[in-house]
Write a protein that binds this ligand. Structure first.
Ligand SMILES: Cc1cc2nc3c(=O)[nH]c(=O)nc-3n(C[C@H](O)[C@H](O)[C@H](O)COP(=O)(O)OP(=O)(O)OC[C@H]3O[C@@H](n4cnc5c(N)ncnc54)[C@H](O)[C@@H]3O)c2cc1C
Ligand code: SF4
Length: 338
């Protein structure tokens, strides 16, 4: 374990001031990812700025009819919040598919967006990894890549983003609220995470010294026809091999509106608005769902150990869309622990 100094931020402005003033500083929220990375010698911050006590723990309705979720809301509070359960059950379901009850109690919404990849070489400092150590090489492309990406990869990195919550946020077209030394700004969720390109060390478009303050959901919640389907090696406490967030608005058996995002297959939640547009006006049946899956996966490329994900994703997309259309969402079977 490296030596580091610790300071607690008093308010959001203070957090931004402190991160800008301290050399090599990192925010710490629940610590469920960052502390592991420090223990593995992957992250070596000189300062930890504790943001866990910031007043960003509210979930409020917005004037426009959506929901604003503070960045420090614990994952479990988000999943079980009555407004989220009722109006955005896709988000509740995806959040409950992640980690374990104990971890969800500790983990914050902002930290979930910022968690790092689970590529095993990223955590193994004895091996080359462009994400951990730029220009050192990628051990996964010719190595153990079973869990890694099939879409949006580059010659520098084939890592995936491991979040479940983010897949639902992408499908729901959330916005990310940020604050930095230059002021406040918001990003569409689809612009928050990056593809690896030749800078895989950058996971997101968050600027240095910026903090996530909130996530905003639009009014449309797809509360009737949705499903979050997560395929993984174990039923719980495992990251997704492939996951699908599917949300539909139905007019009889005809699709009025569709949202579709994939997890476990790319460096960011994978979404193609043109595929969703193509589903509009179509009958909700397996032929049309399979066509959407083929379109969404048309640029997929398998590596030595993960080509199976292409067929798996295709079947998962068809199943999740069918579940959404039938109003039989995948159950996460996570009862609230009082
Ligand atoms: C064993 C295990 C299994 C897991 N399984 C899953 C799973 O199946 N699905 C899933 O989605 N997740 C899973 N997780 C990941 C877990 O959800 C994340 O670790 C957690 O969401 C991170 O939140 P945190 O508050 O603990 O972040 P921290 O560990 O405190 O921070 C993580 C990163 O976020 C940054 N950060 C935190 N808050 C902010 C902010 N407001 N603004 C800017 N930067 C910030 C920190 O600087 C740090 O770089 C698992 C974790 C573990 C340990
Ligand atoms: S896939 Fe990315 S994270 Fe994994 S070894 Fe290659 S560069 Fe590192």
């Amino acid at each position: 374990m490296i030596n580091f100094q610790y300071a607690r931020a008093m308010d959001v402005a203070d957090a931004v001031r402190q991160i800008a003033a301290r050399p090599n500083a990192k925010f710490i929220a629940g610590g469920t990812n960052l502390l592991d990375l420090i223990k593995e010698n992957v992250e070596r911050p000189s300062w930890l700025i504790d943001v866990s006590r910031l007043p960003l723990t509210q979930i409020d309705q917005t004037a426009g009819g959506g929901l604003r979720i503070g960045a420090m809301v614990p994952n479990s509070d988000l999943a079980y919040h009555p407004l989220v359960e009722q109006r955005y059950p896709l988000l509740s379901s995806a959040t409950l598919a992640g980690a374990s009850a104990q971890l969800r109690n500790m983990a914050s919404v902002g930290g979930n967006l910022m968690q790092r990849t689970r590529c095993m070489y990223f955590y193994d400092t004895a091996t080359p990894c462009n994400k951990r150590s730029p220009n050192s090489g990628c051990s996964a492309i010719e190595g153990m890549n079973r869990n890694l990406a099939i879409l949006g990869t580059s010659g520098s990195c084939i890592a995936t983003h491991p979040s479940d919550m983010c897949v639902a946020l992408a499908a729901l077209e959330a916005r990310v609220h940020l604050k930095g030394p230059a002021g406040d700004r918001t990003l569409p969720f689809s612009d928050f995470h990056r593809l690896p390109g030749d800078t895989p060390q950058r996971d997101t478009n968050l600027d240095t010294h910026e903090i996530i303050t909130a996530i905003e959901l639009p009014p449309r919640g797809f509360a009737d026809n949705y499903s979050y389907l997560k395929i993984r090696d174990r039923l719980s406490y495992a990251f997704a091999l492939v996951s699908v967030a599917a949300a539909l608005e139905m007019e009889g058996n005809i699709i009025g509106e569709a949202r579709l995002a994939l997890g476990g297959v790319a460096h960011k939640p994978w979404r193609r608005p043109d595929v969703e547009l193509a589903l509009r006006g179509q009958a909700a049946n397996e032929v049309n769902f399979a066509r959407a899956a083929d379109l969404l996966l048309q640029d997929a490329r398998g590596y030595s150990h993960n080509a199976f994900k292409i067929g798996l994703a295709r079947r998962a997309i068809v199943r999740a869309l069918s579940q959404a259309a039938r109003r039989t969402p995948q159950s996460q079977s996570n009862k609230k622990i009082a």
